[in-house]
Structures are given as C-alpha cells and as structure tokens.
Design a binder for this molecule. Structure first.
Ligand SMILES: O=C(O)CCC(=O)C(=O)O
Ligand SMILES: [Fe+2]
Length: 196
C-alpha cells in the first residue's frame, strides 16, 4: 500500500494505510498507553467547560505552548520513541513538527466531536500528520459550507493520515462514538505551532 489521496474538493487529505508495520505499531501502542502522562483535558462545548470524553497528553518542544479548546497547554518533553517518530515524519513529509497531541480512546464511548485544527498558532495552512494505533475507529470529514460533502474512513492500526493545504479551513473532522465493542485506540497528531 502507498499514499491514497482522498477525493475531496477544497482539501488535501492523504491516507497511507499500514504505514507502520504491525510489530512496531504494537510496541509503540504499548509504550504510549503505559508511558505517557495521560490526563482528562477540559473542553468548551456550547459555551460550557466539561471533561473531554478521552484521555490526552501534549508533548513538544519547550516553547511549543498551544491553546486548544480555550485552555493553554505547556507540553511534556518528547519521549525517545516519539522524538524518533517525529524525526521520521519530518523527513517523510518535508515539514517541521514541534508538537504532538496524543489521544487515548479507552472504548467506544470515548470520542472527539466535529472540529477543525485551525487555532491561529497552527498557521494558515497547517500540516497535521495523524498516526492511528490500536482498535479500528471511524473518522469523519465534513465540508463546512456544503455539509453533504463528507466522507468516512476506517482508521486502523499503523495507518498514517495527513491533512494539509486548505483542509482545516474548509472541513471539520470527528472521531464518532461507537456501540461496537472496540479495542483501545491511541492517536498521535503531529503539528507545528508558532512559538510566542
Ligand atoms: O483521533 C483521531 O483520529 C482524531 C484526533 C484529532 O482530530 C485531533 O487530535 O485533533
Ligand atoms: Fe483534529
């Protein structure tokens, strides 16, 4: 398998199914679940602060402070394994990543609602590289202006999804809940934030 561009107007989304080999993905999943300082972030939803339905952790370079859903996040330092993965993704995609949001979806009740990764510090044309580990989950993309333009992908263990260009400006994305029994899933989204 290699890169598959998604056929979506006003966007640049590419999926490399099985980008990371299963053995390596197994090891990284275990390292992340056991080794990252997971917390429940608070998110602002309809004007109210509430606990996010998932566990999360920010990692990054010391200056890469990031505002997300109304809170200010100072990153944890890179672990050796995640710093190596960051270097690999920078070389592969030819762009810098100084920050990583890791999410742990413990079961099908954990989810992420429709949003864009369009905070000002990500810049006008952010490149977001997202690695999926663990249980397969659905990922939805929905056009902002024309919501009938949407697509749903299944993200599997080792899949790498890259959202670039005008994707964040024109689309929102989500990881919906599911009633199906699903294994825990870790998602690693590498980003570049402008340092203050
Ligand atoms: O879990 C996913 O695949 C999506 C995560 C996401 O959209 C985010 O971290 O901003
Ligand atoms: Fe996102």
């Amino acid at each position: 398998m290699t890169w598959q561009p998604l056929d979506l107007p006003d966007a640049d989304v590419r999926l490399h199914a099985g980008w990371m080999a299963p053995v390596e993905a197994d090891r990284l999943l275990d390292e992340c679940v056991a080794g990252l300082p997971w917390t429940v972030h608070r998110v602002r939803l309809f004007g109210r602060e509430q606990p996010a339905p998932r566990l999360s952790c920010w990692l990054g370079d010391p200056g890469a402070v990031y505002r997300y859903s109304g809170s200010r996040h100072v990153p944890h330092p890179w672990t050796p394994g995640l710093a190596r993965l960051r270097d690999r993704l920078q070389a592969l995609l030819g762009c810098p990543f100084n920050s990583l949001l890791a999410n742990l979806y413990r079961d099908g009740n954990d989810a992420m609602g429709l949003h864009s990764d369009d905070e000002p510090e990500l810049g006008r044309v952010p490149v977001i590289a997202s690695l999926s580990l663990g249980g397969t989950r659905r990922f939805r993309l929905k056009h902002r202006e024309t919501p009938v333009i949407q697509c749903t992908l299944q993200l599997r263990h080792g899949d790498l999804l890259v959202m670039a260009g005008s994707t964040q400006r024109n689309y929102r994305h989500a990881l919906p809940r599911t009633a199906r029994p699903v294994a825990p899933r870790v998602n690693l989204t590498f980003r570049h934030v402008a340092c203050a």
